[in-house]
Write a protein that binds this ligand. Structure first.
Ligand code: NAD
Ligand code: TYD
Length: 362
């Protein structure tokens, strides 16, 4: 098993990044070194996600550096100053809807940013052993599925949104750096994550928060699109297992094994929120509104995680219904987090009634 002394986590102030850092510095990972969180604090970056941890371990095992991953000089300085020996790369523009409305930021951060990180470590790590670059990617690079079948590491890349195309480009660069320069790399392609601290533009937190505010629940198209849901802590364990034991130049598909149609997921969430708040489920189910579909909406994702199970002994632990309930409880227990997140950019964005939702009443 590999281990590292100083891990650069890009995008550590975001949803998955903050949960990954919490896992890494928690008791289960066995990691003894330090973590440097490099994040530009875009609208989705939130240091509240790590404030308790920063208060305890800040300056000893946890460090925050506000930097844009496209800023080569800043990244070079951080890699040298902390003597970084591993990168877990999560920083990205991550929302499909936004990528359809404004693709440029996705190409910049996801493609140019990944290139910059790769190129800095390629030079900094020349002749050095024991180093590793892990790219956190998505199942969306494989495109869309019909009613049957699932994606595996052998599936061809066929992205269909500016977001997934930019992630696919980044994955190709990561693998190219392995083949051309011998950089030890791995890629994980995971399904839809859910759990605490997710920015409420994504399906699960958007629906929970809209229920709590009595707002309509916008389900795109016929609501029969299928996603494979992965609890964020299970994802963190998978990424760490790959960083320690994965094969260089390999990718690993990571699925939670929870395929659900969007509409039935939102209905189940309505029931759970009702149980947790003591309201009647019909109150929330009654807010479900079918709205015009997302352009180019991928119909179905499903994942075959056989490789990571076989090679690294990873498997998801969280049962889906329990994970949803824990997520709902986290949002109910953290009104201050919600208030801060919902006050700035997010509110302006939602109020703009963007794109294909125009004509609807937010
Ligand atoms: P997120 O949007 O919550 O967080 C992204 C983070 O990156 C934010 O903290 C943001 O400030 C930071 N960032 C953005 N641009 C930056 C830049 N130029 N320089 C430095 N930092 C920058 O995203 P997330 O949901 O936590 O996703 C993390 C990673 O996992 C992404 O690479 C995403 O593609 C991938 N992924 C996410 C999911 C999911 O379901 N959320 C599924 C599969 C893969
Ligand atoms: P999302 O959370 O944006 O993740 P992704 O597009 O990466 O899968 O969306 C999950 C699914 O939920 C996707 O099929 C789109 C759908 N969706 C809605 O129906 N309504 C919404 O308001 C949102 C944000 C998503």
């Amino acid at each position: 098993m590999r281990t590292y002394s100083a891990i650069l986590v890009s995008g550590g102030a975001g949803f998955i990044g903050s949960n990954f850092i919490r896992y890494l510095l928690g008791p289960e990972s066995g990691f003894q070194g330090l973590v440097v969180n490099v994040d530009a604090l875009s609208y989705a970056g939130n240091l509240d996600n790590l404030s308790d941890l920063a208060a305890g371990l800040g300056g000893t095992r946890y460090f925050f550096e506000r930097a844009d991953i496209c800023d080569r000089a800043a990244v070079e300085d951080i890699v040298a100053r902390y003597r970084i020996d591993a990168v877990c790369h999560l920083a990205a523009e991550s929302h499909v809807d936004r990528s359809i409305m404004g693709p440029e930021a996705f190409v910049r951060t996801n493609v140019l940013g990944t290139f910059t990180l790769l190129d800095v470590v390629r030079q900094a790590w020349r002749g050095r052993d024991g180093v590793w670059f892990h790219q956190v990617s998505t199942d969306e690079v494989y495109g869309t599925l019909g009613p049957s079948g699932s994606f595996s590491e052998a599936s061809p890349y066929a992205p269909r949104s500016p977001y997934s195309a930019s992630k696919a480009a980044a994955d190709h660069l990561v693998m190219a750096y392995h083949h051309s320069y011998g950089l030890p790399v791995s890629v994980s392609n995971c399904g839809n994550n859910y759990g605490p601290r997710q920015f409420p533009e994504k399906l699960v937190p958007l629906m929970i928060l809209n229920m709590l505010e009595g707002k309509r629940l916008p389900v795109y198209g016929d609501g029969r699109q299928v996603r494979d849901w992965l609890y964020v802590d299970d994802h963190a364990r998978a990424v760490w297992a790959i960083m320690r034991g994965g094969r260089p130049g390999h990718s690993y598909v990571v699925g939670g094994g929870n395929e659900r149609e969007n509409l039935s997921l939102v209905e189940r969430l309505a029931d759970i929120v009702a149980e947790e708040t003591g309201a009647g489920a019909e109150l929330y189910r009654g807010l479900i509104t079918l709205v015009p579909d997302r352009p180019g909406h991928d119909r179905r994702y499903a994942l075959d995680s056989g490789k990571i199970r076989r090679e690294l002994g990873w498997e998801p632990r969280m049962e889906f219904d329990r994970g949803l309930r824990e997520t709902v409880r986290w949002y109910l227990d953290n009104p201050a987090w919600i208030e801060r997140v919902r006050s700035g950019e997010y509110r302006r964005w939602l109020d703009s009634n963007y794109g294909w939702r125009q004509g609807g009443k937010a």
